[in-house]
Write a protein that binds this ligand. Structure first.
Ligand code: SD4
Length: 317
């Protein structure tokens, strides 16, 4: 395959994550190790409020993380509603490798993590707590489109509802990260990790830890991941759909476009108000993406593309 190894990931912060993954890929390392190392970067980043440490909490003030991982053999591991552990992706990998199960949730996931050497941490930073308290004043649940890419400085247009990103003094540039890589061997793996929609109901689980929704890897065909309002992605089993479309011969971008179009067909009025983006990589090393609204960026790194940031084409212009 021309262009391998290669790593791609969602949003601007994907670049820093790609660099960490590349350190492994360029030495001939395994895609699985690369995607885990890659997404650990935004998980630990205190300035990223949509992933891991310092993620925005749920409406009860609890930071609950969702993550999943898949390898080239089709093995899968996942955690949902995990509290107190920054590196949800590494717990998901351990679920995959050390248990007969695919998914652990809530207290069970935490118990498993602690039993495997993870330390209990406080993930709610003063900044995230402040944003939550501000949100509580109105308690209006209205996901902000492209929350990952909005910065206080850029003063996002149309932000009429309370927008935690508008808190003075804060510059946000976020990433709920989905990452896919193909190693020098031509093997694919993927990882997806998030703190989910800000101020969600306690116990809410999005698409990100759901195998087939937020992430899917089929080493024969390709891999896909998603970002945005997870409820809509779950309803079409989005990432699996993208991979199956690629199996039928769709190039990655066309496969992502078809998945986005299904969301619009299912709920045309809702689709106008929300963001969903898909990102896909096929076995030939071709990358493509598509999203509902303008503003979804993804980062591509291989020997030819030096961690370029690309704007995904959108359904609504
Ligand atoms: C979720 N898909 O929990 C995640 C959130 C996200 O960009 O990706 N935001 O629904």
């Amino acid at each position: 395959v021309k262009g391998k190894p290669i790593v791609v990931s969602t949003w601007d912060f994907g670049r820093a994550a790609n660099s960490a993954a590349w350190d492994i890929l360029k030495k001939g390392g395994r895609a699985l190790d690369a995607v885990e190392a890659g997404v650990r970067v935004p998980e630990a980043d205190p300035n990223n409020h949509t992933v891991g440490y310092s993620g925005f909490p749920d409406r009860d003030g609890r930071v609950t993380l969702d993550a999943c991982i898949m390898d080239e053999l089709g093995n899968a591991g996942s955690v949902a509603a995990l509290e107190h552990v920054t590196h949800a992706i590494s717990v998901a990998r351990l679920v995959m490798e050390k248990t007969p199960h695919v998914m652990l949730v809530g207290d069970g996931a935490l118990q498993f993590a602690l039993a495997n050497g993870f330390q209990k941490e406080n993930l709610l930073t003063p900044e995230s707590e402040k944003a939550w308290k501000e949100w509580l004043k109105k308690s209006e649940y209205k996901p902000v489109i492209n929350i990952e890419n909005k910065s206080y400085d850029s003063n996002p247009a149309g932000a009429t509802a309370f927008n935690p990103l508008m808190l003075p003094g804060n510059v946000y540039n976020h990433d709920t990260i989905g990452m896919i890589a193909m190693d020098a061997n031509g093997d694919l793996s993927g990882a997806c990790t998030t703190s989910g929609m800000a101020f969600k109901l306690h116990g809410r689980v999005g698409d990100s830890p759901i195998i087939g929704a937020g992430l899917y890897v089929d080493n024969e065909i390709g891999a896909a991941t998603s970002t945005g309002v997870g409820e809509e992605v779950i309803k079409i089993v989005g990432s699996h759909l993208v991979v199956e479309l690629m199996r039928q011969g769709y190039p990655p971008e066309a496969a992502c476009k078809e998945a986005v179009t299904r969301i619009v067909k299912r709920s045309p009025s809702k689709a106008k108000e929300i963001q969903v983006g898909f990102l896909a990589l096929n076995k030939k090393g071709e990358v493509g993406a598509y999203c509902l609204q303008q503003g979804f960026s993804y980062a591509v790194l291989n020997n030819e593309k030096n961690n370029v940031l690309i704007n995904g084409k959108s359904y609504f212009k």
